[in-house]
Design a binder for this molecule. Structure first.
Ligand code: FEO
Length: 176
């Protein structure tokens, strides 16, 4: 069993994950409306990921015998000033979600609820990825907005491979 307080906090996070999906679907719609199907696709996949996060909370609460109590979900914004503004919002939103997950971990530790702490650790790792991927796209969109040349050059430089010259030993394996 989990405590009433822990269950309610996880139930609230379930709502936040659903809201995240709603937010990203709204962003997908914003891009669709501008003919930017690639951006829209990225957001649609992001929305599906959020739904899968919500389902993790849903399943965990059921597993622990806590009755899920679905809450009303706020309507997301429907427009932004620019693609950069959209991705600034994504990064800001993910940073907020990270804080929420960390608060949940703090509560689990405070309650010595090791099962819930263990469950939440997946989300701790996931949030590191979520923030990194939002920051990466935001940076690329900014580079493109600044003329696109730097973005193209960055892609080219990123192709560089290290070819080991035949007469150079990098690792000494100790083998004779
Ligand atoms: Fe479920 Fe993007 O955090």
């Amino acid at each position: 069993m989990i405590s009433e307080k822990m269950g309610k906090a996880l139930n609230e996070q379930l709502k936040w994950e659903l809201y995240s999906g709603y937010l990203y679907l709204s962003m997908a719609t914003y891009f669709k409306d501008r003919g930017l199907d690639g951006f829209a696709r990225w957001m649609e996949v992001q929305a599906l990921e959020e739904l899968s996060h919500a389902m993790k909370f849903y399943s965990y609460l059921n597993e622990r015998g806590f009755k899920v109590d679905l809450q009303p979900i706020d309507g997301p914004p429907t427009t932004w000033d620019s693609p950069v503004a959209v991705f600034e919002h994504v990064l800001e939103h993910e940073q907020h979600v990270t804080k929420r997950i960390h608060d949940l971990v703090d509560l689990a530790i405070e309650e010595r609820d090791h099962g819930t702490n263990n469950f939440l650790q997946w989300f701790v790792g996931e949030q590191v990825e979520e923030e990194a991927s939002a920051a990466e796209v935001l940076n690329k969109v900014k580079l493109v907005q600044d003329g696109g040349g730097l973005y193209l050059l960055d892609r080219e430089l990123g192709q560089r491979l290290f070819n080991v010259p035949p007469d150079v030993t990098i690792l000494n394996t100790g083998a004779k």
